[in-house]
Ligand binder design. Structure first.
Ligand SMILES: [Zn+2]
Ligand SMILES: [Zn+2]
Length: 395
Protein backbone atom coordinates (compact mmCIF):
# COMPACT_ATOMS: atom_id res chain seq x y z
CA UNK A 1 0.00 0.00 0.00
CA UNK A 2 2.75 2.39 0.98
CA UNK A 3 4.60 1.55 -2.24
CA UNK A 4 1.49 2.19 -4.31
CA UNK A 5 1.06 5.56 -2.65
CA UNK A 6 4.71 6.38 -3.22
CA UNK A 7 4.45 5.50 -6.92
CA UNK A 8 1.26 7.53 -7.22
CA UNK A 9 2.87 10.59 -5.62
CA UNK A 10 5.91 10.14 -7.82
CA UNK A 11 3.75 9.86 -10.91
CA UNK A 12 1.74 12.95 -10.02
CA UNK A 13 4.88 14.95 -9.34
CA UNK A 14 6.33 13.94 -12.72
CA UNK A 15 3.11 14.76 -14.50
CA UNK A 16 2.93 18.16 -12.85
CA UNK A 17 6.44 19.11 -13.87
CA UNK A 18 6.75 21.69 -16.62
CA UNK A 19 9.84 21.78 -18.67
CA UNK A 20 11.55 24.86 -20.02
CA UNK A 21 13.77 24.84 -23.07
CA UNK A 22 16.36 27.34 -24.30
CA UNK A 23 15.85 27.82 -28.04
CA UNK A 24 18.19 29.96 -30.17
CA UNK A 25 15.82 31.98 -32.36
CA UNK A 26 16.23 34.00 -35.56
CA UNK A 27 19.48 32.14 -36.19
CA UNK A 28 19.33 32.76 -39.93
CA UNK A 29 19.79 36.51 -39.56
CA UNK A 30 22.19 39.19 -38.44
CA UNK A 31 20.41 41.12 -35.73
CA UNK A 32 21.65 44.71 -35.39
CA UNK A 33 18.43 46.29 -34.11
CA UNK A 34 15.38 44.45 -32.85
CA UNK A 35 12.03 45.96 -31.87
CA UNK A 36 10.24 44.06 -29.11
CA UNK A 37 6.53 44.79 -28.68
CA UNK A 38 3.91 43.66 -26.18
CA UNK A 39 1.26 41.13 -27.23
CA UNK A 40 -0.06 39.44 -24.04
CA UNK A 41 0.66 39.49 -20.31
CA UNK A 42 3.38 41.74 -18.94
CA UNK A 43 7.14 41.60 -18.80
CA UNK A 44 9.99 42.80 -16.61
CA UNK A 45 13.27 43.70 -18.28
CA UNK A 46 16.48 43.04 -16.36
CA UNK A 47 19.64 44.78 -17.59
CA UNK A 48 22.56 42.73 -16.23
CA UNK A 49 21.43 42.32 -12.61
CA UNK A 50 18.93 45.18 -12.17
CA UNK A 51 15.35 45.78 -13.13
CA UNK A 52 15.41 48.51 -15.79
CA UNK A 53 11.86 48.68 -17.17
CA UNK A 54 8.63 46.84 -17.94
CA UNK A 55 6.64 46.18 -21.10
CA UNK A 56 2.88 46.59 -20.82
CA UNK A 57 0.00 47.03 -23.24
CA UNK A 58 1.01 48.77 -26.44
CA UNK A 59 4.61 49.38 -25.37
CA UNK A 60 7.74 48.42 -27.20
CA UNK A 61 11.51 48.53 -26.79
CA UNK A 62 14.28 48.96 -29.30
CA UNK A 63 17.39 46.90 -28.63
CA UNK A 64 20.49 47.79 -30.62
CA UNK A 65 23.91 46.26 -30.81
CA UNK A 66 26.23 49.05 -29.69
CA UNK A 67 29.96 48.32 -29.44
CA UNK A 68 30.35 45.30 -27.17
CA UNK A 69 26.99 45.90 -25.50
CA UNK A 70 23.26 46.13 -26.10
CA UNK A 71 21.60 49.54 -25.98
CA UNK A 72 17.99 49.69 -24.78
CA UNK A 73 15.71 52.50 -26.00
CA UNK A 74 12.12 53.03 -24.89
CA UNK A 75 9.87 55.87 -26.12
CA UNK A 76 12.88 57.61 -27.73
CA UNK A 77 14.81 57.60 -24.45
CA UNK A 78 17.98 55.59 -23.93
CA UNK A 79 17.61 53.47 -20.81
CA UNK A 80 21.18 52.18 -20.81
CA UNK A 81 23.86 49.85 -22.14
CA UNK A 82 24.11 46.24 -20.91
CA UNK A 83 26.07 43.02 -21.34
CA UNK A 84 22.90 40.96 -21.15
CA UNK A 85 19.16 41.46 -21.04
CA UNK A 86 16.64 39.14 -19.49
CA UNK A 87 12.98 39.62 -20.47
CA UNK A 88 10.86 37.84 -17.89
CA UNK A 89 7.16 37.11 -18.10
CA UNK A 90 5.13 38.05 -15.04
CA UNK A 91 1.62 36.76 -15.85
CA UNK A 92 0.01 33.48 -16.90
CA UNK A 93 0.03 33.89 -20.70
CA UNK A 94 2.75 36.07 -22.09
CA UNK A 95 3.92 36.74 -25.61
CA UNK A 96 5.96 39.30 -27.50
CA UNK A 97 6.36 40.37 -31.09
CA UNK A 98 9.94 40.59 -32.33
CA UNK A 99 10.83 42.49 -35.46
CA UNK A 100 14.36 42.98 -36.67
CA UNK A 101 14.89 46.38 -38.18
CA UNK A 102 18.58 46.46 -39.04
CA UNK A 103 20.79 45.68 -40.89
CA UNK A 104 17.80 44.61 -42.97
CA UNK A 105 14.12 44.69 -42.19
CA UNK A 106 12.49 41.28 -42.04
CA UNK A 107 9.23 39.69 -41.15
CA UNK A 108 7.80 39.92 -37.67
CA UNK A 109 7.81 36.88 -35.42
CA UNK A 110 5.82 36.11 -32.29
CA UNK A 111 6.94 34.03 -29.30
CA UNK A 112 5.68 33.07 -25.87
CA UNK A 113 7.43 33.12 -22.47
CA UNK A 114 10.89 34.53 -21.67
CA UNK A 115 13.94 35.82 -23.56
CA UNK A 116 17.64 36.32 -22.94
CA UNK A 117 19.59 38.64 -25.23
CA UNK A 118 23.36 39.00 -25.38
CA UNK A 119 25.83 40.45 -27.91
CA UNK A 120 27.26 37.84 -30.26
CA UNK A 121 30.15 38.05 -32.74
CA UNK A 122 31.10 41.44 -34.16
CA UNK A 123 27.72 42.90 -35.05
CA UNK A 124 24.79 40.72 -34.02
CA UNK A 125 23.00 39.50 -30.92
CA UNK A 126 21.97 36.12 -29.63
CA UNK A 127 18.32 35.77 -28.69
CA UNK A 128 17.27 32.80 -26.60
CA UNK A 129 13.59 32.06 -26.15
CA UNK A 130 13.25 30.34 -22.75
CA UNK A 131 9.97 28.65 -23.47
CA UNK A 132 7.74 26.03 -21.90
CA UNK A 133 7.90 22.69 -23.71
CA UNK A 134 4.22 22.82 -24.68
CA UNK A 135 4.58 26.28 -26.21
CA UNK A 136 7.70 25.28 -28.11
CA UNK A 137 6.09 22.11 -29.50
CA UNK A 138 2.97 24.02 -30.59
CA UNK A 139 5.15 26.48 -32.53
CA UNK A 140 7.22 23.70 -34.11
CA UNK A 141 4.24 21.64 -35.26
CA UNK A 142 2.55 24.64 -36.80
CA UNK A 143 5.81 25.86 -38.41
CA UNK A 144 6.58 22.45 -39.86
CA UNK A 145 3.16 21.15 -40.76
CA UNK A 146 0.59 23.90 -41.06
CA UNK A 147 -3.09 23.62 -40.24
CA UNK A 148 -6.18 21.63 -41.13
CA UNK A 149 -5.12 18.17 -40.07
CA UNK A 150 -6.59 15.50 -37.83
CA UNK A 151 -5.98 15.48 -34.05
CA UNK A 152 -4.40 12.00 -34.13
CA UNK A 153 -1.97 13.17 -36.82
CA UNK A 154 -0.96 16.16 -34.69
CA UNK A 155 -0.44 13.79 -31.75
CA UNK A 156 2.08 11.83 -33.83
CA UNK A 157 3.89 15.08 -34.66
CA UNK A 158 3.84 16.12 -30.99
CA UNK A 159 5.44 12.84 -29.86
CA UNK A 160 8.09 12.95 -32.61
CA UNK A 161 8.98 16.62 -31.97
CA UNK A 162 9.14 16.12 -28.19
CA UNK A 163 11.35 13.06 -28.64
CA UNK A 164 13.63 14.98 -31.00
CA UNK A 165 14.20 17.92 -28.69
CA UNK A 166 14.71 15.76 -25.59
CA UNK A 167 17.24 13.69 -27.53
CA UNK A 168 19.18 16.80 -28.63
CA UNK A 169 19.35 18.93 -25.50
CA UNK A 170 23.11 19.38 -25.93
CA UNK A 171 23.19 20.00 -29.67
CA UNK A 172 23.95 23.74 -29.40
CA UNK A 173 25.52 23.73 -25.95
CA UNK A 174 28.60 25.63 -27.19
CA UNK A 175 26.37 28.48 -28.37
CA UNK A 176 24.58 28.68 -25.02
CA UNK A 177 21.22 27.14 -25.92
CA UNK A 178 19.78 23.68 -26.48
CA UNK A 179 18.34 23.63 -30.00
CA UNK A 180 17.95 26.33 -32.65
CA UNK A 181 14.97 27.36 -34.77
CA UNK A 182 16.35 26.19 -38.12
CA UNK A 183 15.09 23.20 -40.09
CA UNK A 184 18.15 21.08 -39.23
CA UNK A 185 16.92 21.10 -35.60
CA UNK A 186 13.17 21.70 -35.97
CA UNK A 187 11.65 24.72 -37.72
CA UNK A 188 10.29 27.08 -35.04
CA UNK A 189 9.24 30.29 -36.73
CA UNK A 190 6.52 31.51 -34.42
CA UNK A 191 4.52 30.48 -31.42
CA UNK A 192 1.36 28.50 -32.13
CA UNK A 193 -1.12 31.01 -33.58
CA UNK A 194 -3.70 29.54 -35.92
CA UNK A 195 -4.39 25.92 -34.96
CA UNK A 196 -5.81 25.29 -31.45
CA UNK A 197 -6.05 21.57 -32.27
CA UNK A 198 -2.24 21.41 -32.14
CA UNK A 199 -2.30 22.60 -28.51
CA UNK A 200 -4.85 19.84 -27.74
CA UNK A 201 -2.54 17.25 -29.33
CA UNK A 202 0.47 18.47 -27.34
CA UNK A 203 -1.54 18.37 -24.10
CA UNK A 204 -3.08 14.96 -24.84
CA UNK A 205 0.40 13.44 -25.38
CA UNK A 206 1.99 15.35 -22.53
CA UNK A 207 5.42 13.92 -21.69
CA UNK A 208 5.14 11.03 -24.18
CA UNK A 209 8.27 10.11 -26.14
CA UNK A 210 9.17 7.31 -28.54
CA UNK A 211 11.79 4.75 -27.49
CA UNK A 212 13.46 2.09 -29.64
CA UNK A 213 13.80 -1.59 -28.69
CA UNK A 214 16.82 -0.76 -26.49
CA UNK A 215 14.67 1.80 -24.64
CA UNK A 216 16.63 4.76 -25.95
CA UNK A 217 15.02 7.88 -27.41
CA UNK A 218 14.26 7.04 -31.03
CA UNK A 219 14.51 9.76 -33.66
CA UNK A 220 11.23 10.11 -35.55
CA UNK A 221 12.16 10.61 -39.17
CA UNK A 222 9.40 11.68 -41.53
CA UNK A 223 8.86 12.85 -45.10
CA UNK A 224 5.93 13.82 -47.36
CA UNK A 225 4.83 10.69 -49.23
CA UNK A 226 6.30 7.20 -49.67
CA UNK A 227 4.39 6.32 -52.87
CA UNK A 228 3.31 2.97 -51.41
CA UNK A 229 6.46 1.65 -49.72
CA UNK A 230 8.79 3.28 -47.18
CA UNK A 231 12.56 2.98 -47.52
CA UNK A 232 15.13 1.02 -45.54
CA UNK A 233 17.23 3.54 -43.62
CA UNK A 234 20.53 2.18 -44.92
CA UNK A 235 19.43 2.91 -48.51
CA UNK A 236 19.50 6.56 -47.57
CA UNK A 237 22.12 7.03 -44.85
CA UNK A 238 24.44 3.98 -45.04
CA UNK A 239 23.31 3.22 -41.53
CA UNK A 240 20.64 0.87 -40.32
CA UNK A 241 18.20 2.45 -37.84
CA UNK A 242 16.53 -0.37 -35.90
CA UNK A 243 13.09 1.23 -35.68
CA UNK A 244 12.93 2.25 -39.37
CA UNK A 245 12.20 -0.72 -41.61
CA UNK A 246 10.64 -0.67 -45.05
CA UNK A 247 6.87 -1.29 -45.01
CA UNK A 248 4.08 -1.36 -47.59
CA UNK A 249 1.75 1.64 -47.18
CA UNK A 250 -1.52 1.93 -49.07
CA UNK A 251 -2.79 4.95 -47.10
CA UNK A 252 -0.94 7.51 -49.25
CA UNK A 253 -1.12 6.15 -52.77
CA UNK A 254 -4.05 8.28 -53.86
CA UNK A 255 -2.50 11.47 -52.46
CA UNK A 256 -1.25 14.36 -54.50
CA UNK A 257 2.45 13.56 -54.22
CA UNK A 258 2.26 9.78 -54.72
CA UNK A 259 3.33 9.85 -58.41
CA UNK A 260 5.66 11.94 -60.52
CA UNK A 261 7.21 12.05 -63.98
CA UNK A 262 10.41 13.82 -64.97
CA UNK A 263 12.34 14.09 -68.23
CA UNK A 264 16.11 14.48 -68.31
CA UNK A 265 18.38 14.96 -71.33
CA UNK A 266 19.83 11.55 -72.20
CA UNK A 267 23.27 13.14 -72.68
CA UNK A 268 23.21 14.56 -69.11
CA UNK A 269 22.18 11.18 -67.74
CA UNK A 270 24.96 9.39 -69.64
CA UNK A 271 27.63 11.98 -68.75
CA UNK A 272 26.86 11.72 -65.06
CA UNK A 273 26.82 7.92 -64.98
CA UNK A 274 30.07 7.66 -66.93
CA UNK A 275 32.02 10.49 -65.28
CA UNK A 276 31.02 9.72 -61.66
CA UNK A 277 30.62 5.96 -61.69
CA UNK A 278 32.50 4.79 -64.80
CA UNK A 279 29.37 3.24 -66.25
CA UNK A 280 30.48 0.51 -68.74
CA UNK A 281 28.95 1.98 -71.91
CA UNK A 282 30.71 -0.57 -74.12
CA UNK A 283 29.61 -3.63 -72.17
CA UNK A 284 27.34 -5.68 -74.45
CA UNK A 285 24.80 -6.29 -71.67
CA UNK A 286 25.08 -3.24 -69.41
CA UNK A 287 25.73 -0.65 -72.16
CA UNK A 288 22.26 -0.81 -73.70
CA UNK A 289 20.70 -0.80 -70.18
CA UNK A 290 22.06 2.64 -69.33
CA UNK A 291 18.72 4.38 -69.81
CA UNK A 292 16.36 1.55 -68.92
CA UNK A 293 15.68 0.67 -65.33
CA UNK A 294 12.77 -1.00 -63.63
CA UNK A 295 12.11 -0.65 -59.90
CA UNK A 296 8.92 -2.49 -58.91
CA UNK A 297 9.88 -2.23 -55.23
CA UNK A 298 12.39 0.14 -53.61
CA UNK A 299 16.07 -0.55 -54.32
CA UNK A 300 19.25 1.10 -53.10
CA UNK A 301 21.23 1.05 -56.37
CA UNK A 302 20.69 1.79 -60.07
CA UNK A 303 20.72 -1.43 -62.13
CA UNK A 304 22.99 -3.74 -60.06
CA UNK A 305 24.60 -3.02 -56.68
CA UNK A 306 27.93 -4.14 -58.19
CA UNK A 307 27.94 -1.02 -60.39
CA UNK A 308 27.98 1.10 -57.22
CA UNK A 309 25.51 3.78 -58.36
CA UNK A 310 23.39 4.75 -55.32
CA UNK A 311 19.91 5.93 -56.24
CA UNK A 312 20.21 8.60 -53.56
CA UNK A 313 23.11 10.16 -55.55
CA UNK A 314 20.91 10.27 -58.67
CA UNK A 315 18.15 11.85 -56.59
CA UNK A 316 20.44 14.63 -55.40
CA UNK A 317 22.11 15.23 -58.80
CA UNK A 318 18.87 15.43 -60.81
CA UNK A 319 16.70 16.86 -58.00
CA UNK A 320 14.29 13.96 -58.09
CA UNK A 321 11.35 13.82 -55.69
CA UNK A 322 12.36 10.33 -54.58
CA UNK A 323 14.73 7.45 -55.34
CA UNK A 324 11.81 5.21 -56.28
CA UNK A 325 11.58 5.50 -60.06
CA UNK A 326 11.78 3.47 -63.23
CA UNK A 327 13.04 4.95 -66.50
CA UNK A 328 13.35 4.49 -70.24
CA UNK A 329 14.70 6.44 -73.20
CA UNK A 330 12.24 8.29 -75.41
CA UNK A 331 13.94 10.22 -78.24
CA UNK A 332 16.82 12.16 -76.72
CA UNK A 333 15.26 12.17 -73.24
CA UNK A 334 15.26 9.78 -70.31
CA UNK A 335 11.73 9.65 -68.93
CA UNK A 336 11.54 8.82 -65.23
CA UNK A 337 8.29 7.60 -63.71
CA UNK A 338 8.47 7.86 -59.95
CA UNK A 339 6.56 7.36 -56.73
CA UNK A 340 6.64 9.33 -53.49
CA UNK A 341 8.27 12.54 -52.28
CA UNK A 342 11.09 12.67 -49.75
CA UNK A 343 13.76 10.35 -48.36
CA UNK A 344 11.20 7.66 -47.50
CA UNK A 345 12.48 6.68 -44.04
CA UNK A 346 10.03 6.59 -41.10
CA UNK A 347 6.59 8.24 -41.11
CA UNK A 348 4.93 8.96 -44.45
CA UNK A 349 3.05 12.17 -43.60
CA UNK A 350 0.31 11.81 -46.19
CA UNK A 351 -0.15 8.16 -45.22
CA UNK A 352 -0.32 9.09 -41.54
CA UNK A 353 -2.96 11.71 -42.36
CA UNK A 354 -4.90 9.06 -44.27
CA UNK A 355 -4.73 6.68 -41.30
CA UNK A 356 -5.89 9.42 -38.90
CA UNK A 357 -8.86 10.19 -41.17
CA UNK A 358 -9.73 6.48 -41.16
CA UNK A 359 -9.92 6.34 -37.38
CA UNK A 360 -6.48 5.03 -36.41
CA UNK A 361 -4.96 6.40 -33.21
CA UNK A 362 -1.57 8.10 -32.93
CA UNK A 363 -0.12 4.96 -31.29
CA UNK A 364 -1.43 2.76 -34.11
CA UNK A 365 -0.01 5.12 -36.73
CA UNK A 366 3.40 5.17 -35.06
CA UNK A 367 3.47 1.39 -34.65
CA UNK A 368 2.61 1.04 -38.34
CA UNK A 369 5.50 3.18 -39.60
CA UNK A 370 8.08 2.26 -36.94
CA UNK A 371 9.24 -1.17 -35.80
CA UNK A 372 9.67 -2.29 -32.17
CA UNK A 373 9.01 1.08 -30.58
CA UNK A 374 7.60 1.96 -27.17
CA UNK A 375 5.69 5.08 -26.22
CA UNK A 376 6.44 6.16 -22.66
CA UNK A 377 6.34 9.20 -20.41
CA UNK A 378 9.75 10.88 -20.54
CA UNK A 379 9.98 11.60 -16.82
CA UNK A 380 9.06 8.04 -15.91
CA UNK A 381 11.64 6.84 -18.42
CA UNK A 382 14.31 9.16 -16.95
CA UNK A 383 13.45 7.80 -13.52
CA UNK A 384 13.92 4.19 -14.65
CA UNK A 385 17.12 5.11 -16.45
CA UNK A 386 18.38 6.73 -13.27
CA UNK A 387 17.45 3.60 -11.34
CA UNK A 388 19.32 1.42 -13.86
CA UNK A 389 22.32 3.63 -13.47
CA UNK A 390 22.28 3.49 -9.69
CA UNK A 391 21.97 -0.28 -9.74
CA UNK A 392 24.68 -0.79 -12.32
CA UNK A 393 27.39 -3.05 -10.88
CA UNK A 394 30.62 -1.13 -10.27
CA UNK A 395 33.32 -3.35 -11.68
ZN1 LIG B 1 20.13 23.72 -34.71
ZN1 LIG C 1 3.04 6.37 -47.72
Amino acid sequence: MRNTLYILILFLSFEGRTQELDIGIMRDYTLGTVQISHLEGNYEIMGDTSLITNIWDGQSLFIKRSGEQLKVVKADKTIGFYDSLSIRSMAEDNSLKLQFLAPSSKKTRRYKDDFILTPEGANTMRIINRVEMKNYLGGVIESEGGGGKHLEYYKVQAILSRTYVLGHLYKHRKEGFQVCDRVHCQAYQNMLIHTPKIADAVEATRGVVMLNKSLRLAQGFYFANCGGQTSESDFVWNESVSHCKSIIDTFCIKSRQANWIKEINASDWKNYLVSHFGYPVNDPVLGPMMYNFSQPSRKAFYQYPQLGIPLRDLRIKFRLKSTWFSCKKVGNKVVLTGKGFGHGVGVCQEGAMGMARNGFTAAQIMNFYFTNIHLMNYFNWSFYKQKDFEEEPSF
